[in-house]
Design a protein around this ligand. Structure first.
Ligand SMILES: Cc1cc2nc3c(=O)[nH]c(=O)nc-3n(C[C@H](O)[C@H](O)[C@H](O)COP(=O)(O)OP(=O)(O)OC[C@H]3O[C@@H](n4cnc5c(N)ncnc54)[C@H](O)[C@@H]3O)c2cc1C
Length: 412
Protein backbone atom coordinates (compact mmCIF):
# COMPACT_ATOMS: atom_id res chain seq x y z
CA UNK A 1 0.00 0.00 0.00
CA UNK A 2 1.32 3.48 -0.90
CA UNK A 3 -0.27 6.58 0.45
CA UNK A 4 0.55 10.27 0.83
CA UNK A 5 -0.27 12.12 4.02
CA UNK A 6 0.72 15.59 5.14
CA UNK A 7 2.12 14.57 8.53
CA UNK A 8 3.19 11.26 10.05
CA UNK A 9 3.53 11.13 13.82
CA UNK A 10 5.63 8.19 15.03
CA UNK A 11 4.34 7.02 18.43
CA UNK A 12 0.94 7.31 20.11
CA UNK A 13 1.92 8.07 23.68
CA UNK A 14 0.72 11.26 25.30
CA UNK A 15 3.07 13.38 23.15
CA UNK A 16 1.94 12.01 19.78
CA UNK A 17 -1.70 12.23 20.86
CA UNK A 18 -1.35 15.85 22.04
CA UNK A 19 0.02 16.82 18.63
CA UNK A 20 -2.73 14.84 16.92
CA UNK A 21 -5.30 16.83 18.93
CA UNK A 22 -3.71 20.11 17.79
CA UNK A 23 -3.54 19.07 14.13
CA UNK A 24 -7.15 17.84 14.28
CA UNK A 25 -8.22 21.22 15.69
CA UNK A 26 -6.36 22.90 12.82
CA UNK A 27 -8.05 20.57 10.30
CA UNK A 28 -4.72 19.15 9.08
CA UNK A 29 -4.30 15.71 7.59
CA UNK A 30 -2.11 13.38 9.62
CA UNK A 31 -1.72 9.82 10.86
CA UNK A 32 -0.15 8.34 14.00
CA UNK A 33 1.84 5.16 13.53
CA UNK A 34 2.09 3.16 16.75
CA UNK A 35 3.93 -0.12 17.00
CA UNK A 36 1.73 -1.36 19.85
CA UNK A 37 -1.45 0.19 21.16
CA UNK A 38 -2.24 3.74 22.28
CA UNK A 39 -0.14 4.44 25.40
CA UNK A 40 1.83 1.26 24.79
CA UNK A 41 4.64 2.14 27.21
CA UNK A 42 2.18 2.37 30.10
CA UNK A 43 0.78 -1.04 29.16
CA UNK A 44 3.99 -2.98 28.62
CA UNK A 45 6.98 -1.13 30.13
CA UNK A 46 5.71 -0.09 33.59
CA UNK A 47 5.18 -2.11 36.75
CA UNK A 48 1.72 -3.20 37.97
CA UNK A 49 1.40 -1.00 41.06
CA UNK A 50 2.63 2.22 39.42
CA UNK A 51 0.75 5.41 40.22
CA UNK A 52 1.67 8.67 38.51
CA UNK A 53 4.00 10.76 40.63
CA UNK A 54 2.39 13.93 39.28
CA UNK A 55 -1.06 14.84 40.65
CA UNK A 56 -4.03 14.87 38.28
CA UNK A 57 -4.11 18.67 37.93
CA UNK A 58 -0.58 18.48 36.50
CA UNK A 59 -1.39 15.87 33.86
CA UNK A 60 -3.74 17.71 31.53
CA UNK A 61 -3.29 17.33 27.80
CA UNK A 62 -4.49 19.96 25.29
CA UNK A 63 -8.30 19.94 25.17
CA UNK A 64 -8.56 17.87 28.36
CA UNK A 65 -11.35 18.89 30.74
CA UNK A 66 -10.31 19.69 34.32
CA UNK A 67 -9.89 16.49 36.36
CA UNK A 68 -12.64 15.47 38.78
CA UNK A 69 -10.15 14.94 41.62
CA UNK A 70 -7.24 17.32 40.91
CA UNK A 71 -5.09 16.32 43.87
CA UNK A 72 -5.35 12.53 43.46
CA UNK A 73 -2.77 10.33 41.72
CA UNK A 74 -3.94 8.16 38.86
CA UNK A 75 -2.83 4.54 38.68
CA UNK A 76 -1.35 2.92 35.60
CA UNK A 77 -4.60 1.30 34.40
CA UNK A 78 -6.48 4.56 34.93
CA UNK A 79 -3.95 6.51 32.90
CA UNK A 80 -4.03 3.97 30.05
CA UNK A 81 -7.83 4.24 30.01
CA UNK A 82 -7.55 8.03 29.99
CA UNK A 83 -5.17 8.00 26.99
CA UNK A 84 -7.57 5.68 25.16
CA UNK A 85 -10.48 7.99 25.94
CA UNK A 86 -8.45 11.04 24.89
CA UNK A 87 -7.66 9.43 21.51
CA UNK A 88 -11.34 8.55 21.01
CA UNK A 89 -12.51 12.03 22.02
CA UNK A 90 -11.25 13.57 18.77
CA UNK A 91 -11.12 10.38 16.71
CA UNK A 92 -7.32 10.37 16.56
CA UNK A 93 -6.19 8.67 13.33
CA UNK A 94 -4.01 6.03 15.00
CA UNK A 95 -2.79 2.97 13.15
CA UNK A 96 -2.01 0.56 15.97
CA UNK A 97 0.37 -2.42 15.64
CA UNK A 98 2.23 -0.52 12.94
CA UNK A 99 5.94 -0.22 13.75
CA UNK A 100 7.86 2.26 11.64
CA UNK A 101 10.82 0.43 10.12
CA UNK A 102 12.43 3.35 8.30
CA UNK A 103 12.13 7.06 7.64
CA UNK A 104 14.21 8.49 4.82
CA UNK A 105 14.19 11.66 2.75
CA UNK A 106 12.22 11.47 -0.45
CA UNK A 107 11.77 14.23 -3.00
CA UNK A 108 10.60 17.23 -0.97
CA UNK A 109 9.47 15.17 2.01
CA UNK A 110 9.91 11.75 3.56
CA UNK A 111 9.23 8.13 2.79
CA UNK A 112 8.02 6.27 5.89
CA UNK A 113 8.07 2.50 5.73
CA UNK A 114 6.07 0.18 7.91
CA UNK A 115 5.69 -3.57 7.55
CA UNK A 116 2.51 -3.21 5.51
CA UNK A 117 2.72 0.18 3.82
CA UNK A 118 4.85 2.98 2.38
CA UNK A 119 3.79 6.47 3.29
CA UNK A 120 4.97 9.69 1.70
CA UNK A 121 4.80 12.67 4.03
CA UNK A 122 5.76 16.33 4.00
CA UNK A 123 6.35 16.20 7.76
CA UNK A 124 7.46 13.52 10.20
CA UNK A 125 7.26 14.02 13.95
CA UNK A 126 9.25 11.63 16.14
CA UNK A 127 7.25 11.14 19.34
CA UNK A 128 8.78 7.86 20.48
CA UNK A 129 9.48 9.03 24.01
CA UNK A 130 12.21 10.40 26.25
CA UNK A 131 12.11 7.09 28.16
CA UNK A 132 12.61 5.07 25.01
CA UNK A 133 14.93 2.09 25.51
CA UNK A 134 16.49 0.84 28.78
CA UNK A 135 19.93 2.25 29.59
CA UNK A 136 21.88 -0.58 31.24
CA UNK A 137 25.47 0.01 32.36
CA UNK A 138 28.31 -2.01 30.84
CA UNK A 139 28.93 -3.55 34.30
CA UNK A 140 25.83 -5.71 33.69
CA UNK A 141 28.03 -8.06 31.64
CA UNK A 142 29.70 -9.13 34.90
CA UNK A 143 26.57 -10.13 36.87
CA UNK A 144 27.49 -13.56 38.27
CA UNK A 145 25.96 -16.77 36.93
CA UNK A 146 22.89 -17.80 38.87
CA UNK A 147 21.86 -14.22 39.59
CA UNK A 148 19.04 -12.95 37.39
CA UNK A 149 19.07 -9.39 36.16
CA UNK A 150 16.53 -7.19 34.44
CA UNK A 151 15.75 -3.55 33.77
CA UNK A 152 12.79 -1.91 35.46
CA UNK A 153 11.06 -1.69 32.06
CA UNK A 154 10.65 -5.49 32.33
CA UNK A 155 9.70 -5.52 36.03
CA UNK A 156 6.02 -6.03 36.92
CA UNK A 157 5.76 -7.13 40.58
CA UNK A 158 7.78 -8.77 43.40
CA UNK A 159 6.37 -12.26 42.70
CA UNK A 160 7.89 -12.19 39.21
CA UNK A 161 11.46 -12.11 40.59
CA UNK A 162 13.65 -15.10 41.49
CA UNK A 163 13.51 -15.99 45.19
CA UNK A 164 15.86 -14.15 47.53
CA UNK A 165 17.19 -10.66 47.95
CA UNK A 166 17.30 -7.94 45.33
CA UNK A 167 20.05 -5.47 44.47
CA UNK A 168 18.30 -2.41 43.05
CA UNK A 169 20.76 -0.28 41.10
CA UNK A 170 19.79 3.38 40.83
CA UNK A 171 18.02 5.65 43.31
CA UNK A 172 15.92 7.88 41.09
CA UNK A 173 12.13 7.92 41.51
CA UNK A 174 11.85 4.43 39.97
CA UNK A 175 14.67 2.84 42.01
CA UNK A 176 13.40 4.25 45.28
CA UNK A 177 9.77 3.29 44.56
CA UNK A 178 10.72 -0.26 43.65
CA UNK A 179 13.12 -0.66 46.59
CA UNK A 180 10.15 0.31 48.76
CA UNK A 181 7.78 -2.11 47.02
CA UNK A 182 10.21 -5.04 47.25
CA UNK A 183 11.14 -4.39 50.90
CA UNK A 184 7.45 -4.07 51.81
CA UNK A 185 6.90 -7.43 50.10
CA UNK A 186 9.43 -9.00 52.46
CA UNK A 187 12.48 -9.05 50.19
CA UNK A 188 15.96 -8.19 51.47
CA UNK A 189 16.79 -5.14 49.42
CA UNK A 190 20.11 -3.41 48.81
CA UNK A 191 19.86 -0.07 47.00
CA UNK A 192 22.97 1.08 45.15
CA UNK A 193 22.77 4.82 44.82
CA UNK A 194 24.62 7.26 42.61
CA UNK A 195 23.58 10.92 42.37
CA UNK A 196 20.05 11.18 43.66
CA UNK A 197 17.58 13.70 45.06
CA UNK A 198 15.55 14.06 48.20
CA UNK A 199 11.94 15.25 48.37
CA UNK A 200 8.89 15.16 50.58
CA UNK A 201 5.45 14.57 49.12
CA UNK A 202 3.87 17.53 50.93
CA UNK A 203 5.33 20.53 52.68
CA UNK A 204 3.40 23.07 54.71
CA UNK A 205 0.10 21.60 53.53
CA UNK A 206 0.83 21.66 49.81
CA UNK A 207 2.10 19.05 47.36
CA UNK A 208 5.73 19.46 46.30
CA UNK A 209 4.67 19.50 42.64
CA UNK A 210 2.37 22.44 43.40
CA UNK A 211 5.23 24.28 45.12
CA UNK A 212 7.42 23.68 42.10
CA UNK A 213 4.71 25.14 39.88
CA UNK A 214 4.24 28.15 42.15
CA UNK A 215 7.98 28.81 42.27
CA UNK A 216 8.22 28.66 38.47
CA UNK A 217 10.49 25.60 38.57
CA UNK A 218 8.30 23.44 36.34
CA UNK A 219 8.25 26.08 33.62
CA UNK A 220 11.95 26.81 33.89
CA UNK A 221 13.46 27.36 30.41
CA UNK A 222 16.97 28.04 31.61
CA UNK A 223 18.76 24.75 31.35
CA UNK A 224 22.41 25.40 30.72
CA UNK A 225 23.48 23.19 27.80
CA UNK A 226 26.46 21.83 29.74
CA UNK A 227 24.63 21.30 33.03
CA UNK A 228 24.63 17.56 33.84
CA UNK A 229 21.25 15.83 33.89
CA UNK A 230 19.38 16.26 37.16
CA UNK A 231 18.45 13.33 39.38
CA UNK A 232 14.70 12.81 39.36
CA UNK A 233 12.76 13.67 42.52
CA UNK A 234 11.76 10.50 44.40
CA UNK A 235 8.07 11.37 44.50
CA UNK A 236 5.53 8.59 44.93
CA UNK A 237 1.85 8.80 44.05
CA UNK A 238 0.91 5.44 45.53
CA UNK A 239 -1.33 5.34 48.58
CA UNK A 240 -2.66 8.80 47.74
CA UNK A 241 0.89 10.20 47.69
CA UNK A 242 3.48 9.29 50.30
CA UNK A 243 6.95 10.27 51.47
CA UNK A 244 9.89 8.42 50.01
CA UNK A 245 13.60 8.98 50.57
CA UNK A 246 16.67 7.04 51.62
CA UNK A 247 15.72 7.55 55.27
CA UNK A 248 12.24 6.05 54.75
CA UNK A 249 13.86 3.13 52.92
CA UNK A 250 16.42 2.52 55.65
CA UNK A 251 13.64 2.43 58.24
CA UNK A 252 11.94 -0.21 56.11
CA UNK A 253 15.12 -2.32 56.26
CA UNK A 254 16.68 -1.41 52.92
CA UNK A 255 20.49 -1.57 53.00
CA UNK A 256 22.19 1.31 51.20
CA UNK A 257 25.36 1.11 49.14
CA UNK A 258 27.27 3.39 46.77
CA UNK A 259 27.28 3.26 43.00
CA UNK A 260 27.95 -0.20 41.49
CA UNK A 261 31.44 -0.06 39.99
CA UNK A 262 31.80 -3.64 38.78
CA UNK A 263 31.20 -7.32 39.46
CA UNK A 264 34.33 -9.41 39.94
CA UNK A 265 35.04 -13.02 38.94
CA UNK A 266 34.13 -14.26 42.45
CA UNK A 267 30.55 -13.03 42.21
CA UNK A 268 31.09 -9.89 44.28
CA UNK A 269 29.54 -6.53 43.50
CA UNK A 270 31.84 -3.57 44.24
CA UNK A 271 30.44 -0.17 45.26
CA UNK A 272 32.10 3.23 45.31
CA UNK A 273 32.64 5.19 48.53
CA UNK A 274 30.90 8.38 47.43
CA UNK A 275 27.42 7.88 48.87
CA UNK A 276 27.85 10.03 52.03
CA UNK A 277 28.85 13.07 49.91
CA UNK A 278 25.98 12.43 47.51
CA UNK A 279 23.54 12.16 50.40
CA UNK A 280 24.82 15.54 51.66
CA UNK A 281 24.49 17.02 48.19
CA UNK A 282 20.87 15.76 47.91
CA UNK A 283 20.21 17.17 51.38
CA UNK A 284 21.63 20.59 50.38
CA UNK A 285 19.45 20.78 47.26
CA UNK A 286 16.42 19.64 49.29
CA UNK A 287 17.00 22.30 51.98
CA UNK A 288 17.45 24.99 49.29
CA UNK A 289 14.02 24.09 47.90
CA UNK A 290 12.42 24.23 51.35
CA UNK A 291 14.04 27.64 51.96
CA UNK A 292 12.67 28.93 48.66
CA UNK A 293 9.22 27.71 49.66
CA UNK A 294 9.49 29.35 53.09
CA UNK A 295 10.55 32.64 51.47
CA UNK A 296 7.62 32.43 49.04
CA UNK A 297 5.21 31.80 51.94
CA UNK A 298 6.59 34.82 53.81
CA UNK A 299 6.65 37.14 50.78
CA UNK A 300 3.04 36.30 49.87
CA UNK A 301 1.89 36.23 53.50
CA UNK A 302 0.32 32.80 52.90
CA UNK A 303 -1.55 31.43 55.89
CA UNK A 304 -0.17 27.89 55.95
CA UNK A 305 1.02 25.46 58.62
CA UNK A 306 4.44 26.28 60.12
CA UNK A 307 7.53 24.64 58.64
CA UNK A 308 7.87 21.16 60.18
CA UNK A 309 11.18 19.82 61.49
CA UNK A 310 12.46 17.33 58.93
CA UNK A 311 15.48 15.36 60.15
CA UNK A 312 18.35 14.91 57.69
CA UNK A 313 18.98 11.54 56.04
CA UNK A 314 21.99 9.79 57.60
CA UNK A 315 23.96 6.90 56.18
CA UNK A 316 26.66 4.82 57.76
CA UNK A 317 28.26 1.35 57.62
CA UNK A 318 28.09 1.15 53.85
CA UNK A 319 29.39 -2.04 52.23
CA UNK A 320 32.16 -1.63 49.63
CA UNK A 321 31.67 -5.18 48.28
CA UNK A 322 28.98 -7.85 48.54
CA UNK A 323 29.16 -11.51 47.55
CA UNK A 324 25.75 -11.71 45.86
CA UNK A 325 25.25 -15.47 46.18
CA UNK A 326 26.47 -15.61 49.79
CA UNK A 327 24.09 -12.74 50.60
CA UNK A 328 21.20 -14.63 49.03
CA UNK A 329 20.70 -11.96 46.36
CA UNK A 330 18.86 -13.62 43.47
CA UNK A 331 18.19 -10.58 41.28
CA UNK A 332 19.83 -7.37 40.14
CA UNK A 333 17.21 -4.81 39.11
CA UNK A 334 18.58 -2.05 36.88
CA UNK A 335 16.77 1.19 37.74
CA UNK A 336 19.24 3.03 35.59
CA UNK A 337 16.94 4.99 33.33
CA UNK A 338 16.47 5.23 29.60
CA UNK A 339 18.06 6.50 26.42
CA UNK A 340 16.79 7.37 22.98
CA UNK A 341 17.37 5.02 20.06
CA UNK A 342 16.11 5.53 16.52
CA UNK A 343 17.78 2.94 14.27
CA UNK A 344 14.92 3.37 11.79
CA UNK A 345 15.56 7.10 11.34
CA UNK A 346 17.72 7.27 8.23
CA UNK A 347 17.96 11.05 8.22
CA UNK A 348 21.21 12.33 9.77
CA UNK A 349 19.83 14.28 12.73
CA UNK A 350 20.84 12.08 15.67
CA UNK A 351 24.62 11.94 15.82
CA UNK A 352 25.18 12.17 19.57
CA UNK A 353 24.34 9.11 21.66
CA UNK A 354 21.01 8.64 19.92
CA UNK A 355 19.54 12.01 20.89
CA UNK A 356 18.04 13.91 17.98
CA UNK A 357 19.64 17.34 17.63
CA UNK A 358 16.91 19.96 17.59
CA UNK A 359 16.00 23.50 18.56
CA UNK A 360 12.65 23.59 20.35
CA UNK A 361 11.62 20.44 18.47
CA UNK A 362 12.72 21.60 15.01
CA UNK A 363 15.58 19.66 13.45
CA UNK A 364 17.96 20.98 10.79
CA UNK A 365 15.94 19.03 8.20
CA UNK A 366 12.80 20.98 7.22
CA UNK A 367 9.66 18.97 8.01
CA UNK A 368 11.35 16.70 10.57
CA UNK A 369 10.39 17.35 14.18
CA UNK A 370 10.78 15.73 17.58
CA UNK A 371 8.34 16.03 20.48
CA UNK A 372 8.40 15.01 24.13
CA UNK A 373 12.10 15.50 24.85
CA UNK A 374 13.28 16.66 28.28
CA UNK A 375 14.07 20.40 28.15
CA UNK A 376 12.59 20.60 24.65
CA UNK A 377 11.52 24.07 25.71
CA UNK A 378 10.98 23.70 29.46
CA UNK A 379 12.01 21.49 32.35
CA UNK A 380 8.79 19.44 32.07
CA UNK A 381 8.61 19.18 28.28
CA UNK A 382 8.89 15.37 28.50
CA UNK A 383 6.16 15.04 31.10
CA UNK A 384 2.46 14.59 30.68
CA UNK A 385 1.49 18.10 31.68
CA UNK A 386 4.47 19.64 29.89
CA UNK A 387 3.96 18.52 26.33
CA UNK A 388 0.93 20.68 25.46
CA UNK A 389 2.65 23.98 24.59
CA UNK A 390 5.35 22.19 22.57
CA UNK A 391 2.70 20.20 20.64
CA UNK A 392 0.80 23.40 19.84
CA UNK A 393 3.99 25.12 18.67
CA UNK A 394 4.89 22.26 16.33
CA UNK A 395 1.33 22.15 15.01
CA UNK A 396 1.59 25.91 14.27
CA UNK A 397 4.83 25.32 12.44
CA UNK A 398 3.30 22.55 10.35
CA UNK A 399 0.27 24.69 9.54
CA UNK A 400 2.40 27.65 8.46
CA UNK A 401 4.60 25.39 6.29
CA UNK A 402 1.59 24.90 4.01
CA UNK A 403 0.06 21.99 2.12
CA UNK A 404 1.80 18.89 0.75
CA UNK A 405 3.70 19.69 -2.45
CA UNK A 406 2.13 18.12 -5.55
CA UNK A 407 5.43 16.36 -6.39
CA UNK A 408 5.14 14.36 -3.19
CA UNK A 409 1.49 13.49 -3.82
CA UNK A 410 2.50 12.18 -7.24
CA UNK A 411 5.22 9.99 -5.66
CA UNK A 412 2.54 8.04 -3.84
C1 LIG B 1 8.44 4.68 35.18
C2 LIG B 1 8.05 6.02 34.66
C3 LIG B 1 7.10 6.77 35.35
C4 LIG B 1 6.74 8.03 34.88
N1 LIG B 1 5.82 8.74 35.59
C5 LIG B 1 5.47 9.97 35.17
C6 LIG B 1 4.49 10.72 35.90
O1 LIG B 1 4.01 10.32 36.94
N2 LIG B 1 4.15 11.95 35.41
C7 LIG B 1 4.71 12.47 34.28
O2 LIG B 1 4.36 13.59 33.88
N3 LIG B 1 5.64 11.78 33.58
C8 LIG B 1 6.02 10.54 34.00
N4 LIG B 1 6.97 9.84 33.27
C9 LIG B 1 7.64 10.49 32.12
C10 LIG B 1 6.83 10.50 30.81
O3 LIG B 1 5.57 11.06 31.01
C11 LIG B 1 6.67 9.12 30.23
O4 LIG B 1 7.94 8.62 29.89
C12 LIG B 1 5.75 9.08 28.98
O5 LIG B 1 5.53 7.73 28.62
C13 LIG B 1 6.33 9.82 27.80
O6 LIG B 1 5.31 9.94 26.83
P1 LIG B 1 5.65 10.07 25.29
O7 LIG B 1 4.37 10.12 24.54
O8 LIG B 1 6.64 11.15 25.04
O9 LIG B 1 6.42 8.71 24.98
P2 LIG B 1 5.92 7.19 25.17
O10 LIG B 1 4.83 7.05 26.15
O11 LIG B 1 7.17 6.41 25.39
O12 LIG B 1 5.29 6.87 23.73
C14 LIG B 1 6.08 6.63 22.61
C15 LIG B 1 5.32 5.64 21.76
O13 LIG B 1 6.08 5.42 20.55
C16 LIG B 1 5.92 4.06 20.19
N5 LIG B 1 7.03 3.72 19.30
C17 LIG B 1 8.35 3.66 19.61
N6 LIG B 1 9.07 3.31 18.51
C18 LIG B 1 8.18 3.17 17.50
C19 LIG B 1 8.30 2.84 16.11
N7 LIG B 1 9.49 2.58 15.53
N8 LIG B 1 7.17 2.80 15.36
C20 LIG B 1 5.96 3.08 15.91
N9 LIG B 1 5.80 3.38 17.21
C21 LIG B 1 6.88 3.43 17.99
C22 LIG B 1 5.92 3.31 21.52
O14 LIG B 1 5.29 2.06 21.41
C23 LIG B 1 5.14 4.27 22.42
O15 LIG B 1 3.77 3.99 22.50
C24 LIG B 1 7.34 8.56 33.70
C25 LIG B 1 8.30 7.81 33.02
C26 LIG B 1 8.66 6.55 33.49
C27 LIG B 1 9.70 5.75 32.75
Amino acid sequence: MRRCVETVIVGAGHAGLALSWALTEAGREHVLLERGRVGERWRSARWDSLALLTPNWANRLPGDPPPADPDAFEDRAGFVARLDAYARSFDAPVLEHTPVTSVERHEVGFRVRTEGADLFAANVVVATGWCDVPAIPAAAAGVPDGVAHLHTAAYRNPAQLAPGGVLVVGAGATGQQLAYELAAAGRDVTLASGKHSRAVRRYRGRDTWAWMRDLGILDDEQRHPRRPPEASLPLDGRGGGRDLDLGVLQRLGVRLAGRVERFDDHGRAHFDAGLPERVEDAERRFRRLLERIDRHVAEHALRLPAAPAIPPVRVDALPRALDLRAEGIGTVLWATGYRRHHPWLRVPVAPVGGDIVHERGLTAVPGLYVLGMQWQTRRISHQIGGVGPDALAIADHIVSAGAVPTRLRRAA
